[in-house]
Ligand binder design. Sequence first.
Ligand SMILES: O=C(O)[C@H](O)[C@@H](O)[C@@H](O)CO
Length: 578
Amino acid sequence: MTDGNRTSRRSQAWFGASGRSGMLYRSWMRNQGFGHEVFDGRPVIGIATSASELAPCNAHLTRVAEAVKRGVWQAGGFPLQFPTMATGETLMRPTAMLYRNLMAMEVEELIRANPLDGVVLLSGCDKTTPAMLMGAASVDLPAVMVTGGPMLNGKYRGQDVGSGTHVWKFEEDLKTGRMTEEECFFAEGCMARSEGHCMTMGTASTMACMAEALGMQLPGSAAWPAVDSRRTEVAQSAGQRIVRMVEEELRPSQILTRRAFENAVRVNAAIGGSTNAIIHLTAIAGRVGVDLDLEDFDELARAVPTLVNLMPSGTYLMEDFCYAGGLPAVMAELLRGGLLHGEQITVTGRGVAENVGSAGNDDTDVITSLDAPFQPAGTGTAVLRGNLCPDGAVIKQSAASPHLLTHRGPARVFDSPEAYHAVADDPDLDVDENTVIVIRNAGPKGYPGMPEVSNVPLPAKVLKAGITDMVRICDGRMSGTGYGTVVLHVAPEAAVGGPLALVRDGDLVVLDVPNRTLDLDVDAAELARRRRAWKAPAEQHTSGYAWLYVQNVEQADRGADFGFLRGSRGHEVPRDSH
Ligand SMILES: O=C(O)[C@H](O)[C@@H](O)[C@@H](O)CO
């Protein structure tokens, strides 16, 4: 080993200590059978894993951790695996998003409090990936991410079915009698054929791609299926690489620069990524002091066509994306068009261009070119402003119906998703295809946690008439696997008195996505009168974590992080414990 930094390493403040403290720090570790040599100043690498049977997309990470460990040992480091909390969206109520910041806080504190020189972050789904990145960014020790990989493509009766995306489709089929309960029950299993996260371009796949686009995971990592042996190989490489990163002192603050975020925003547009990426990237940027606002997402993405033809915007699934060349093929194409910062440093210690320069595209149906893109530039996720969303709102155009992107229709307002669900199947519900369904009080403070409730199913009456989409507006989020003409993340949210709180049944809503506006056609004096009469909803929580969350969470346009968690708090060695 050519490493001359052994004695100055952070972990040596524990393991290199003399007297009582050193004995305490080393002795109990030896109950795991480690010999004295592991304390000799070699890089001590934490392997943070969100493995949990309650977060199914993360359940296999213990196996991935074994490969990382192997790599760390091979490179001369000392690997120590530790669990973090896991926030799986499919089981956690009211939403895993309520716990993203808690997990980020836990990751940050665990890294800082322990004798670690670097960390490998293992995560498997949409909230665990940003939570790990947020926590690690706030500590700023060398860190590399390994995401758990997508499930194999769903297969049902000869057709590809996508996790999430087909849940919404099958729900409609059930409502309109095209499918029976038994068929749905069978199809459930067909959508989850292996370990891994959603194999659509939902938020898990998107955030895995974002980690790679930001330069925080090794090139090509995002797309390998969870069960592919190359996922294990890449995990082993990450284990080897983190040891070198510690020696090179390559930290997240050098990787997560404004340019890295600009790359990620453009890659998100090219892959037709989840709207949730906007919230998570904003929150991660907040941890490293990078200014990234909603307008950046719109402006940077406008020049980028959607290149990747994956559900929910398109046809294919993550396995196809992987075999076509995965993210390196997309990034190579964006570089060719001058749309990425090629010199931006990544965890490899090299720039983006060097990492992906030679990547080829093996299926131009799945990953299209800039010359013949799947969808033209400017049709990705748009940021809206107007008197209904002064602090912004977003809409994923590629997953919406083109004919509804310019729409004027009467509002039908529901104070909660439950209020809507209670009447959605009523054949006499006073709605038609022009109605704009407004769901409010689903924002960060209002629900709380900003759940994925915005893409409510269409009213049964409308579905039965053969209508497949309607405009919906909400201050909540939508699953990255979802689709429809749904305006999301309306800020400020209704629960803090945002204009969404003032909408009444019958008010005309004017949506103009090409001009990026969302307005309520009600005069200002009337809105002011309604505002004076508005009363804030009663507090739902007066103690506990949910109370802490509501007190501190910022609005969607700020990334819904806790205000007090913004920025980096570094990795200074804490005081002795005995
Ligand atoms: O945003 C997403 O992709 C979601 O959280 C999914 O993981 C979940 O809704 C299941 O489809």
